[in-house]
Design a protein around this ligand. Sequence first.
Ligand SMILES: [Zn+2]
Ligand SMILES: [Zn+2]
Length: 155
Amino acid sequence: MPNRSTQPTVATVPLLLQEWSPLNDLRPDEVTLGSARRVMWVCSVCSRHWQAMVSNRHYRGSGCPSCAQAARRRPRSDLSALQVAPRLAAEWVPELNPGIDLTWYAPHSKTLVVWRCPDCGHQWTSRIATRVAKHTGCPRCTAAARRGRRRGRRR
Ligand SMILES: [Zn+2]
Ligand SMILES: [Zn+2]
């Protein structure tokens, strides 16, 4: 093997190898995965070219910026989390989630956001998907309701 370095190269990672642009001067087996070199990539989904550091792609999982932007703009399913679970609107507080909007996210989104209970004012952090799929509510009110039920108290 003519490989001078013991470090794994781009050629050992199928996804990176597939997206390696022919415009690069170097071959994928000449660049290690930890390299800070900026090279050209071709998106396997939208075929656009972009430039990114090799180590960012491998260790940080960065991908095609065009596809990432498109995914941010529209949820993968047609319905947003808010359409599927309109009750979440009452617990959504824009000031607690600056720069984002609940209508941007799909019901299965793993984005962590802050919620506020309209009944007791408690704030908690939970993923959108968890709230939509598990019908979880305010943890404080849920715990209080559970305690009340156990003791059989009416009020
Ligand atoms: Zn793309
Ligand atoms: Zn509550």
